[in-house]
Design a protein around this ligand. Sequence first.
Ligand SMILES: Cc1cc2nc3c(=O)[nH]c(=O)nc-3n(C[C@H](O)[C@H](O)[C@H](O)COP(=O)(O)OP(=O)(O)OC[C@H]3O[C@@H](n4cnc5c(N)ncnc54)[C@H](O)[C@@H]3O)c2cc1C
Length: 453
Amino acid sequence: MTDNFNRRNFLKMSGAVLAASTAGAAMSVSGSALAADTSAAIATGLKAALPKARGPRLVVVGGGTSGLTIAKYAKKEYPKFDVVLVEKRDMYSSCFSSNLWYAGLINLEFLANHSFLDGATNNGYTYFNATVTGLDRASRTLVTSEGDIGYDFLVLAPGISYDYDKIGVSDVDTMTALRQKYPGGFISPTEHVTIHRKVQEFEGGVFVQSVPGGNYRCLPGPYERACLIASVIKKNKLKAKVLVLDANPEITIKAKGFHAAFNELYKDIIEWKPNSAITSVDVEKRAIKTEFDSYTFDDAAIYPNVRGSTLIEHLGLMAPASKSTQKEANIDTRFYNIVGDPHVYVTGDSRPHPYSKSANTSNTEAHYVAKVLAARAQGKEIAWVSPRTICYSMVNANPMEAISVDAGYDYSAEKDAITGFSKDTKTFENRDTAKGQATLEWARGIYRDMFEA
Ligand SMILES: Cc1cc2nc3c(=O)[nH]c(=O)nc-3n(C[C@H](O)[C@H](O)[C@H](O)COP(=O)(O)OP(=O)(O)OC[C@H]3O[C@@H](n4cnc5c(N)ncnc54)[C@H](O)[C@@H]3O)c2cc1C
């Protein structure tokens, strides 16, 4: 049985999303606002130790889902490109599928047994392990911790950062303690290791999983995690509950499927609290306040609101608040270049579009942007193509059962905005083992697409 996603659903789901990113109308912000700010850092003059470019140099920042896919496919689309992928991590491990590790459905190798070196060798580009710290757009120079890199085209895909201010945590002491002791688990692998330990060592009591407001990363992710932590509690017969403090009035995606899992599989374990945006956290007392209530917990994964990566702001590429309330990039709706600068692009979860911030969105978007870059390197333009959000959520561990969604998006030239889900958008909310298996196959497919030739 499939449900047709229609405009009402898009608005219901993306009410919060759109509120967070009013990308539409303001997309036509003139470039002038940014023109003045072309050098967010002066080139150091210290050249990065890289081979001389043998063609137009495309530099891609960020070895995540978006950056890895662009580095590979831009080279495929236009082999003359000399592609350099700049990534600050020296070890890859995926965010997507990390929830499955907590319930023992996969091992760490599943997430991390992928080499940046092999991805580069298999696909004819250069992996450069460095942290980007600045950008001089006037001289088209990227400043990194390992020296400057000249570019003809630059793609920034740095992912997201957390916005603890939005959950009432503004003092750096509390934020640091919270980030360290009760991490959100939606950015870095070290957070995943901490949450994995917490779940494996949990002996009972209350485990809080928060769900932020706005257009946060991986809309179903926190609900999937609640189900999988509850499956461990069930298996270990612990006297415990998972308290889901949800800032939203309703589950933000695949609501029917998750409500069914909560009620049918985890009736006495999962307690879901809508309209429960966190307003403060006392880390030492393990106490949380929301607008209407206060709670104490034994352990937690506190997922705060998200924003575009702080790198985007640092490089002077952030959209005005009228365009994005999540400090995302100031880019063209269809072609992802910084408004007024056809040499610099921002893709992935730092985009301001009301798309679901997910790996499949970033991967399919990257295939398209690779074509945009290849065309522009040859003085051509191509037509806009919608990214695809295909997302499986594992709601049961034994047997492995999942629900899923397959969504596309509509673009309005009149508004220069993304206006809704495309007509062929569908959800598959009856959990079953076939989708359970497909959840693993989907992830393997993304790893192959990013790392193999
Ligand atoms: C728990 C969890 C479950 C998820 N489940 C799913 C799912 O089931 N399906 C789905 O489709 N998506 C899922 N996602 C979402 C998905 O992982 C992300 O949306 C996707 O990875 C975003 O890709 P990205 O390239 O924009 O960012 P990222 O993958 O975060 O990559 C950004 C990269 O940029 C690098 N970087 C940042 N700053 C710098 C700098 N200054 N210099 C150099 N490098 C830098 C970072 O190290 C990182 O490697 C999930 C995410 C999480 C956390």
